[in-house]
Design a protein around this ligand. Structure first.
Ligand code: ADP
Ligand code: MG
Length: 319
């Protein structure tokens, strides 16, 4: 190794982290941290392996930025506010260019979302990384998956399907104009963790999660945890103009329902909270759309023009 482990950490990862709650950051055997009074510590971890979760030759700046943003999306889904994160990094060799770009991407996201790097581990081996984010959430109100009740409305933030459309662009299967291309790629590499939105939904939503595997699959997790079923109206799905302008309605809806990598929130809303949600939307604080409702039973049913439809790999068909 041209650069020793300790120099590497100092050079690329140790920054003066005088931040609220960080009594002691990188450099000792442990970090010492203060959890805000009255809050739960919300903890989530993601591992990314080269060749599995990203191409080995992908830009390290984009990998780092995306990795932290995706991890923060889990905090958003609980209504938690980011505090700190740790990084386990396994490198085949300490390449200074790779590390410099990695560090730039990592701290760009860390600074944007007020999340401080407080420790980690650095080892030699096949390229992979594990990030663990820590956040604070009101101990009474955390947004769990298990709170949906029959009669609640099903809502989503932002637009759906952009992640899958972006992947098609990256895989050279979709060729939109320059503006749409830029918009979609930015959505993919720099997903927006819905942190402000998640916190606004505390005490409003009855259940929530972030959509990483497509609305149907992820809403299915809420249904399972809450022992309920759900109906989604395809015509209500929020689609970006960048995606809509470049693919058929069928493709757009299929990506919105079953594509991955959107990192928007899906949440359920008791009817009594509908006015509170509308107020948040009207005041411009929250972009959200009602797409369906929670019903008795199990699993997610899709409806088009009021008729149940069957979603297959190639699209959806009326039964
Ligand atoms: P130890 O051998 O006691 O586990 P290390 O040598 O692994 O200590 O780490 C020294 C310090 O550097 C610790 O504070 C650790 O949290 C931090 N650290 C190590 N690797 C990283 C990393 N990739 N990112 C951030 N901090 C790191
Ligand atoms: Mg260690």
């Amino acid at each position: 190794m041209a650069i020793g482990e300790f120099d590497l950490i100092k050079c690329y990862f140790e920054r003066s982290a005088s931040s609220a709650g960080v009594e002691l950051g990188i450099g000792d055997d442990c970090a010492l941290l203060d959890v805000p009074a009255g809050k739960h510590l919300a903890v989530s971890m993601d591992t990314l392996v080269a060749g599995v979760h990203f191409p080995a030759d992908a830009s390290s700046r984009l990998i780092a930025e995306r990795a932290l943003r995706v991890n923060l999306s889990d905090l958003a889904a609980m209504g938690a506010e980011p505090l700190w994160f740790t990084l386990g990094l396994t490198l085949p060799e300490p390449n200074p260019d790779w590390l410099e770009n990695f560090s730039v991407g990592l701290f760009a996201a860390a600074d944007e979302f007020n999340c401080v790097l407080v420790g980690g581990d650095t080892t030699r081996g096949p390229l992979s990384m594990t990030l663990q984010v820590h956040g604070a959430v009101d101990s009474k109100n955390a947004l769990r998956r298990s709170g949906a009740r029959i009669g609640d409305l099903v809502c989503v933030t932002g637009c759906l399907g952009d992640g899958a459309a972006a992947l098609a662009v990256i895989q050279d299967k979709l060729w939109p104009g320059e503006d749409a291309r830029e918009y979609l790629l930015d959505r993919f590499y720099r997903p927006r963790p819905q942190l402000v939105e998640g916190q606004l939904l505390l005490g409003v939503a009855s259940a929530a999660l972030d959509i990483s595997d497509g609305l149907i699959a992820d809403l299915g997790h809420i249904c399972e945890c809450s022992n309920v079923g759900a109906i989604v109206d395809i015509e209500r799905l929020p689609l970006s103009s960048a995606m809509r302008a470049n693919v058929s309605v069928m493709q757009a809806n299929t990506w919105a329902l079953a594509g991955g990598d959107d990192y928007q929130l899906c949440f359920t809303l008791p009817p009594a909270k509908q006015l509170a949600l509308q107020t948040l939307i009207d005041s411009g604080q929250l972009q959200a759309t009602i797409v369906g409702e929670i019903v008795s039973g199990s699993g997610v049913i899709c409806r088009s023009e009021g008729v149940e439809v069957n979603l297959s790999a190639t699209g959806y068909n009326h039964f």
